[in-house]
Every structure is written in structure tokens, then in C-alpha cells.
Design a protein around this ligand. Structure first.
Ligand SMILES: [Ca+2]
Ligand SMILES: [Ca+2]
Ligand SMILES: [Ca+2]
Ligand SMILES: [Ca+2]
Length: 345
């Protein structure tokens, strides 16, 4: 403007009050000699129509040239943008976004689980012995249903809340993962009867009544062997029941050791047989006794025969001597011959 000889530039950017702005929003008016232009503000870009639109810096960023640092996210704003820490991160030192340790901040997990911090997040992991169910809850694992629970074959697995135990079965001892047979007989912890023998077995023990006793082992009573007629089979033998045993002895009027009794032999003190009658059978046999008796019988017969012969011989000699005496006396006395004849007759 001017008088024609002196012209001065008009600063269009100085707008009269109340007039419409020369430049669009988000732009600035730049006065130039003889003109002006509108420059979009920082963060804005002019479009075809000359309007200044916000630049989306976040959208323009590529993976290789992120406008924000690691662990940050870009948030576009009008004419600008900001970089905010990703979720789970916090701007603590300088400008870096670092992981938040939620567990250290007291993040609570549900029952039977514990908090474990992760980079950019955290997790609630089930405690040992629990597993996450479909509802997200940590539920007890029944380890006893698993094939590798580790209990010994002679142990029983008991499932407990969050754990399990292995206990050796009755008759076995150990820590459950290893069990060994208890020798109850050696430890003298049985209820066997005093007249029973304890016999250890795998996982248990047996009580067996001793020989000469009868019962179930827990209670034993003496066996009355004399009720069996075969206990003392010899004729003249008498059975006597004893606690856990019996004896065979010859009755009065018999002699022998009880396993063999003789009626004719002199009486002698009876011998008590051993518990095992078979052991007695090792004594002289029946045939041997018979031989002795036969010998004695023959001897007695021969003695009797000799005595008869001796008596006959004596009688014969006596008669012979008497006849000789009479013949001698008869020669001197005829009366005697008559007597001899009569005697002879
Ligand atoms: Ca974290
Ligand atoms: Ca369990
Ligand atoms: Ca045993
Ligand atoms: Ca008996």
C-alpha cells in the first residue's frame, strides 16, 4: 500500500479484529514481501485443500523406525504424540520403561497358587501338588492315581491336599518309598501261644503249635496221644499222656522198655519212651526176644531130659547091686534062694 511512489508491504498476517483468519487452523501466517503464506504448525500437514491436518506419527512409524523406545507404545495426539510405557512397564529410571514387579508390589494370587513376576507381566502359578483346573482354580493333584507316585509295591498311597504320603503296609517297615518285611518272630511282637512256634512270612507270620500240641497257633493245647491206640501198640504196654508228649511203659507184670513188653521176663523198671515212638524202635527187635525165649525153653527141656535119664540110671544101678548081694547071700543060705525066686516073681 502507499501513494504510488512509496509502496510498503502489507502484513496480511495482522488481521483486523473481527475478521476471519487468513490461515486455517493449526497453521501460522507468515508474512512475506508483497504476500504471505500459511505454514502448518508442527505436527500438522497441509492437505490438498490447504487445511492443516494432524500427522499421525504413530501410524507413520514403521517397525524399523519406531517413534517410541522399547517397551513403549505410541499414542497419537492432535499435532503431537506421546510414548507411553506398555502395560506392565513403568518409567522409573530416566526415560526407560522397565518391567513392574507386580509380585513385589503385593499382587495377590488365589488359593494354592503363588505369584511369579514376568517381563511385562506376572503369573499366578499353582503350588506344588496342585494343578490349574478349567475354572482357573488350582486344585489338588491326586498323585496316587499317577503311575509314578513312587510308593513302594508294599506300601499304600494316601492322597492329601497338596501332597500325598506313602505308608508301608502292615507287616512291612520303611519310609514308604522302600518297605521291607518285618520279622515279627525276631522282634517277638507276635501273639503266638507259648506252646507254638513262630514262623516269619513275607508281610506276616504264622503261629504253629509245637509237636505234641494242637490248636490254631494263637492257642495251643496238649495233644492226648493216648486217645490213639496206635501210640503204644505193644501188648502189655500202657500209654501215659504228658504235656506236649506221652510215654509208653510196660504194665505191672511185664518187662520191657514200653515199646516191647515181655510177660515172662523178670520185672524191671519201665523205661519212658521218647516223644517219638519210632526212636524207641531202634532197641532190640521182637524177633531177637523170641530167639532168647526159645533158647531158654530148649535149655530147660534138655536139663529135664538129663534129669530123667539120671534118675533111670540110678534106679537101674540100685537094683543091679541089690540082686548081686542076694545071690551072694543065697549061696550060703538055701532059704534065701527061695526068697530071691519069690522076689523075682
Ligand atoms: Ca512384570
Ligand atoms: Ca494330593
Ligand atoms: Ca513278616
Ligand atoms: Ca500230650
Amino acid at each position: 500500500m502507499g501513494d504510488g511512489t512509496n509502496c510498503t508491504d502489507i502484513n496480511e498476517c495482522i488481521e483486523p479484529e473481527g475478521s476471519a483468519p487468513l490461515c486455517p487452523n493449526h497453521s501460522s501466517c507468515i508474512n512475506t514481501h508483497g504476500s504471505y503464506h500459511c505454514d502448518c504448525d508442527s505436527g500438522f500437514k497441509a492437505d490438498m485443500l490447504g487445511q492443516c491436518n494432524d500427522i499421525d506419527e504413530c501410524a507413520s512409524a514403521t517397525n524399523n523406525s519406531s517413534v517410541c523406545n522399547t517397551n513403549e507404545m505410541c499414542v497419537n495426539e492432535m499435532g503431537s504424540y506421546t510414548c507411553m510405557c506398555n502395560k506392565g512397564y513403568q518409567r522409573r529410571t530416566g526415560t526407560q520403561c522397565l518391567d513392574i514387579d507386580e509380585c513385589a508390589l503385593g499382587k495377590q494370587c488365589r488359593n494354592n497358587s503363588y505369584c511369579k513376576n514376568t517381563i511385562g507381566s506376572y503369573a499366578c502359578l499353582c503350588d506344588t501338588g496342585y494343578t490349574k483346573a478349567t475354572n482357573g482354580q488350582c486344585q489338588d493333584i491326586n498323585e496316587c492315581l499317577l503311575p509314578d507316585h513312587g510308593c513302594h509295591s508294599k506300601a499304600t498311597c494316601y492322597n492329601l491336599d497338596g501332597k500325598y504320603v506313602c505308608e508301608c503296609n502292615g507287616g512291612y517297615m520303611g519310609n514308604g518309598t522302600y518297605c521291607q518285611n518285618i520279622d515279627e518272630c525276631l522282634e517277638n511282637t507276635t501273639d503266638c501261644h507259648r506252646d507254638a512256634t513262630c514262623r516269619d512270612t513275607e508281610g506276616f507270620y504264622n503261629c504253629i503249635c509245637k509237636q505234641g500240641y494242637t490248636g490254631d497257633g494263637l492257642y495251643c493245647t496238649d495233644l492226648n496221644e493216648c486217645e490213639d491206640p496206635n501210640s503204644c501198640p505193644a501188648i502189655g504196654s500202657e500209654c501215659t499222656n504228658l504235656p506236649g508228649s506221652y510215654s509208653c511203659a510196660c504194665k505191672q507184670g511185664y518187662s520191657g522198655d514200653g515199646s516191647q513188653c515181655s510177660e515172662k521176663l523178670p520185672l524191671r523198671t519201665s523205661q519212658i519212651s521218647s516223644r517219638n515212638p519210632e526212636a524207641v524202635n531202634s532197641e532190640p527187635s521182637t524177633s531177637k526176644n523170641h530167639s532168647v525165649m526159645l533158647g531158654l525153653f530148649i535149655s530147660a527141656g534138655m536139663v529135664a531130659f538129663l534129669m530123667v535119664v539120671f534118675v533111670i540110671v540110678r534106679i537101674y544101678k540100685r537094683r543091679k547091686n541089690k540082686r548081686h548081694t542076694l545071690q551072694t547071700e543065697g549061696a550060703a543060705n538055701p532059704m534065701m534062694n527061695h526068697y530071691i525066686v519069690e522076689d523075682h516073681l
